[in-house]
Design a protein around this ligand. Sequence first.
Ligand SMILES: NC(=O)c1ccc[n+]([C@@H]2O[C@H](COP(=O)([O-])OP(=O)(O)OC[C@H]3O[C@@H](n4cnc5c(N)ncnc54)[C@H](OP(=O)(O)O)[C@@H]3O)[C@@H](O)[C@H]2O)c1
Length: 400
Amino acid sequence: MDRLRKYIALFLAAALVAGIVPGQTMAAEGKESKKESKLVLKIQKVAYTRRTCQMVKGTKATLTVKTGSIKGKKKIEYISSRPGTVAVSKKGKILAKKQGTAKIKVTVTAGKKKVSSWMKIKVAKKVKPPVFNFKKKTVKLNSGYQMPLNGLGTYSLTGDTCVKSVSAALERGVRLIDTAYMYDNEKEVGKAVRESGIPRSKIFVITKLYPDQYDNPEQAINDSLKRLNIGYIDLLLLHHPGKNDVKAYKAMEKAVRQGKVRSIGLSNWYIEELQEFLPQVSIPPALVQNEIHPYYQENDVIPYIQSLGIVVQGWYPFGGRGYTQEMLSDKTIAKIAKAHGKSVAQVILRWNLQKGVVVIPGSSNPAHIQENTEIYDFRLSPKEMKQINALDRHEKHDWY
Ligand SMILES: NC(=O)c1ccc[n+]([C@@H]2O[C@H](COP(=O)([O-])OP(=O)(O)OC[C@H]3O[C@@H](n4cnc5c(N)ncnc54)[C@H](OP(=O)(O)O)[C@@H]3O)[C@@H](O)[C@H]2O)c1
């Protein structure tokens, strides 16, 4: 027994000298066992998460290093492991030079103490914001597919009402339908699409996976395909951020490769959520669907999403049920509508289009559905756009 103890003590001493005791190894990686010496790396103004950061080719960023309580005069060194992809200056300024992945090593020395940490940088190619084609009434997604600029939202339309509303929309030239697993009407949407007599390729169907499906996303995608029964899904979105959302998105990426889904995207993702999410996935979202209306305008979020080459689509264009009456009686918009011989609803939809936002108003009324398509024969002046922009109350009409 004594001899065994002696061997263990000898082994530990040797390991300490060779630097293979866990705490020592981790220190070389910048995760020293003593918490106070930990390095925290942050890239300002661009996406980063868990030491992975995404930058767009040609952009610059600053790396911020938090050194915890490493005492003494500090010296910080930056080394880029693939200098062709990014260039790092002595002051931690990064330039994304070429598409690809690079690693940056940061070493802090203070006295005899030396702590290092790595950060991965993914450089994506520079993208152009999406451009609306008002003549064709479509926009080209970053997946290469064309999508109509106006559609029908089907939230709260169920059973026969849903079939009738989607059929009425398709008969009136609407070619974009928005549904979701959560709306419990994918079957009805599919039925109306199949029975319309319109070639499948001319109709664009969006559906969404709900967070309680993110744990088993393959099954959820197959179930949606089955319920819709229209061959493929044009655009599949994650309905909300949630546990396992990256896992679910990766299953959607797989479904794209399998030809089950053509394009993928997100819903209810804002700037911070996108910055956290994007570096973790391979196929950039084609579209983000968020709450947007004159009283909740997201004027900071919309240009940010568009700058990533992602199309923005607005939900609750009329404020959502319970709020529509107030919004559709708005005096400022009513005055603008009168000047153009249009309805308030049409002006709101047109305002969205001119901001580069795709619209999916919900309706079960064929007259309203028709009215909501007649938004291409007038144009709001910059002054009128400004007047509606000034109505923003940052007033969210739903919790997400
Ligand atoms: N991703 C998400 O989290 C999320 C959340 C909410 C909604 N959505 C999507 O966004 C879509 C739009 O939202 P929503 O349908 O809830 O609300 P909405 O489009 O803001 O408002 C729908 C209401 O407006 C009325 N309406 C429609 N057109 C009209 C017109 N021309 N004149 C007067 N009233 C009119 C409708 O009544 P009538 O039926 O009488 O026309 C209905 O009561 C949804 O259907 C859904 O597809 C997505």
